[in-house]
Write a protein that binds this ligand. Structure first.
Ligand code: SAH
Length: 268
């Protein structure tokens, strides 16, 4: 494909992959098995889809653009193990698309939906064994970042809490049309390799991570004041609250939130 059949929509993050080698490498990172159900986000012209259907048991591809959806529908109408859905991935009910077992989620996704798409997959992680996404390189670096580095933040903590994230390889901006402003990386989140941690209250854990990183330069004892359940119980924690969120690894966040949860339940 050297010419595009229509004018790409920047608002939908349409940067189409032209390099078949890169497409095959992404598919290799997904490692589809004959029994696998895959969900693809934003198939576009189907550069990944055509390889995915060759190897996976079934592929469900969710495309928001009506023209691209119709085009792919026409082009792939012979393909038995493909379901094309015309919808916004952020609005679909993944449970409905994964009626049994688990699925792998894959996509060369629009950069503007990286964070919501990823958190959506996290929300459904019981149904997802692995996710492979091509995203902006800087965001990929944040995802795999370790404590005490500048890139370490909310994305790193949640990625590590729910999975084992890794960068499979980097991709130059030159293999897309139109050419984006940034380089990319293909990231793999393996949900089967999540660390064994047991937060007493997963909701509170999420709140603790978000609240403390929203003021990442502040000591924990200051930012934790913002938690509605925290204030009066603060002094009872067996945790060095002069530390800052960027120093804490996933296990320590779980410990901290469990202590807050325990004190809170004792009070109420
Ligand atoms: N995967 C293709 C297309 C990448 S461009 C390739 O590698 O060439 C991103 C694709 O995601 C476009 O087809 C765009 O229309 C689609 N898209 C954008 N927002 C979406 C959303 N919210 N839900 C589903 N698809 C979306």
């Amino acid at each position: 494909m050297t010419r595009l059949a229509f004018r790409p929509k920047q608002s939908l993050g349409q940067n189409f992959l032209l390099d078949e080698n890169v497409a095959r490498k992404i598919v290799a990172a997904v490692d589809p098995q004959a029994g696998d159900a895959l969900i693809e986000i934003g198939p576009g012209y189907g550069v990944l889809t055509k390889y995915l259907v060759q190897q996976a048991g079934h592929v469900t591809a969710v495309e928001i653009d009506r023209h691209l959806h119709a085009r792919l529908q026409e082009q792939m109408r012979q393909v038995q193990n493909l379901t094309l859905v015309h919808a916004d991935f952020l609005k679909v009910d993944l449970q409905q698309l994964i009626p049994q077992g688990t699925a792998k989620v894959v996509g060369n996704i629009p950069y503007q939906i990286t964070s919501p798409a990823l958190f959506k997959v996290f929300d459904y992680r019981q149904l997802v064994s692995k996710t492979v996404m091509m995203i902006q390189k800087e965001v990929a670096d944040r995802i795999v970042a370790v404590p005490r580095t500048k890139a370490y933040g909310i994305m790193s903590v949640f990625s590590r809490l729910y999975s084992e994230p890794s960068i499979a390889f980097q991709v130059s901006r030159n293999v897309f049309k139109p050419r984006p402003e940034v380089d990319s990386a293909v990231v793999v989140w393996d949900f089967s390799k999540a660390p064994v941690v047991s937060p007493h209250s997963p909701e509170l854990l999420v709140e603790v991570v978000r609240t403390t990183f929203n003021q990442r330069r502040k000591m924990l004892r200051n930012s934790l004041q913002r938690l509605s359940c925290y204030q009066e119980n603060g002094p009872g924690l067996d945790f060095d609250l002069t530390r800052r969120p960027e120093e804490l690894d996933v296990t320590e966040f779980v410990d901290l939130s469990n202590q807050v949860a325990r004190l809170w339940t004792n009070k109420t």
